[in-house]
Design a protein around this ligand. Sequence first.
Ligand code: HPA
Length: 254
Amino acid sequence: MTTSPATAIILGTGLGKLADEITDATRIPYKEIPNFPVSTVEGHSGNLIFGKLGEKDILAMEGRFHYYEGYDMKEVTFPVRVMYELGIKTLFVSNAAGGTNPGFEIGDLMIITDHINALPENPLRGKNFPTGPRFPDMSEAYDKGLIREALGIAREKGIKVQQGVYLATQGPTFETPAEYKMFRTWGADAVGMSTVPEVIVANHCGIKCFGVSVITDLGVEGKIVEVSHEEVQKAADAVQPLMADIMREMINRA
Ligand code: HPA
């Protein structure tokens, strides 16, 4: 069994199938881990996987926790605290998001350059953990070196990628047209319901972060149509191989 991976990956929407590529895998169901929440969303399994992706030792979270499921922010980010204790230095995350940038199309991959926390609570609220300062810096929540590397990999592989700001809402409702418009004026390129809490806590733990969103629907005036979880999943599945290609290579070089 792999014992000391330095790299972790949260297999959110768009990356689930990467779990099948993990070799020498030890799968620990979340329900067997003390204090771990249990995932309730369709399409999100619940296992912590220790194993190898290519030659790299990794720790993968198959399924993540969302605020809208009813967990509090400490529960949502508990796995990142565990990652820190296990010695993780770099965290890769993926998610599905609605594009608010008018230049985006469904099926685009967006490398997250920054985020806006529009969730009702900050996961660091409360007594400060000694992993980081009371008032943590967030000037580079997504590591610039990793972003540069991803852009290089995408170029080499001929994969089209966008870059932009990811805004996290509490969900579970998708946005009204007025909300999409407001988030666009705030500076968001994409809107989703995850990632930001984990990235905040990872930064507080000194863990470098890299994130990619799959644009599964558009929150752009004139292009807004009815959206469902099934459509989001379908759009994400379609670009899954490209997302996996980038992440696999990123992890290989990590
Ligand atoms: N809004 C919020 N979350 C999402 C969306 C969206 O449009 N698409 C996928 N996740």
